[in-house]
Write a protein that binds this ligand. Sequence first.
Ligand code: GDP
Ligand code: IMO
Ligand code: MG
Length: 426
Amino acid sequence: MSSQVVVGTQWGDEGKGKIVDVLAENADMVVRFQGGDNAGHTVIVNGKKHVLHLLPSGVLHEDGLCIIGPGVVCNPFVLLEEMSQLEKSGLSTQHIIVSDRAHILMPYHCYQDELEEAAASNKIGTTKKGIGPCYSDKYARHGIRFHELKDFEHFKKRVAECLEFKNKLFVNVYNAKPMDEKKIIEDFEKIYSKIVPMIKETTSIVNDAIDEGKTVLFEGAQACMLDINYGTYPYVTSSSPTSAGVTEGAGIAPSKIDKVVGVVKAYSTRVGEGPFVTELEDEQGQWIRDHGHEFGATTGRPRRCGWLDLVVVKHANMLNGLTDIVLTKIDVLTGLDTIKVCVGYDIDGKVVDHVPSDQAEVGRARPVYKEFPGWKEDITKIEKKEDLPKECLDYIEFIEQYTKVPVSLISVGPDRVNNIYVNEIK
Ligand code: GDP
Ligand code: IMO
Ligand code: MG
């Protein structure tokens, strides 16, 4: 019985969704605490694939509560669409609730994201889901929160006042068409009665559960290198996907977190723009992309691929305080003669083992690699760590030595059952 946080340690898409689904089996509730439908979390159960964007990946366990927490920016249309997909698969959605403090991601946020990206000379490569504009409005203190939807007349006034300002921006700055207020209101009228019963004060629900000794799982979206403060700014998302983000985004005290599980993919990927020290823009990178099926779950974009960067994982450990590592997709590396791991950055002739804050420096960094021999055996059916090939064990042991964090679970395939349990995470 504990509160556990699952976070990404690289640039996202480490396999957090799969791991949350596995850990959710023993959880009483699963809580998303940041981000929005920019996330794409894939869960495969009995060969059936579910891609979740807004809903916590624990949603497939129908006996636990699923919470969209206060720190999430939630597009209610996407939420209902995702629920409807699950219902079509015969799954229940009765256990999903949304924080009254969460911000409503409005249609004008998506439009603004598109216009900003199109106009920017320095593009971020966002998912165009409206995340940046919604968080900007939140911090500028003119966002609309879910509790405001309960009084529809009040909500309509808020939309009118926000849209008046946004339309000035769209027309006068971006030289684009204004949005139609009537259409936005009509669309909300259609979903209002479905959404309102889901709106709850979730912070006391989560805190009461922890105080009662229940197991609460907090699911991070994105990852440390996309963190608004500690990632490769400005090529980041607009929230804090770290364990610190849980306290803000779910409303629990830091002392209430027991376990911080960092998901580490056995190599690196990145979607969107920004520096990527170990990127392989050659056949080797293409090999990893093909073998790892590295295409974005949200946008379908090919993911940029490279070797594992332990400088990045060390940075994630420093910021998150990892108690456990879950290593994913190590099966993808099977078949390689040599596997490289980045253990330092050579910046202008000086080797460092931390991530610089200045992106120009990260851009100039050359990876310092340690090389490992690969293995050829299929490892996807292995259930015990000791049955892994020696070369694979050496690779895992090096990750533990470098990060000083135990690898407690090894994921060797995309399905819920493809796991090697090493240390119990509870
Ligand atoms: P997330 O955003 O961190 O949840 O990760 P994504 O779901 O976007 O991307 C991870 C992809 O790898 C998904 O397609 C998963 O089904 C798949 N996956 C997860 N773990 C493993 C693993 O251990 N081995 C393999 N081969 N695939 C995995
Ligand atoms: P999961 O949870 C990978 C990236 C985008 C872009 C930057 C900013 O599946 O790991 P945004 O739309 O958030 O303003 O885009 O962040 N990005 C992700 N990359 N996985 C994700 O989520 C991501 N969510 C956002 O590609 O570079
Ligand atoms: Mg993803």
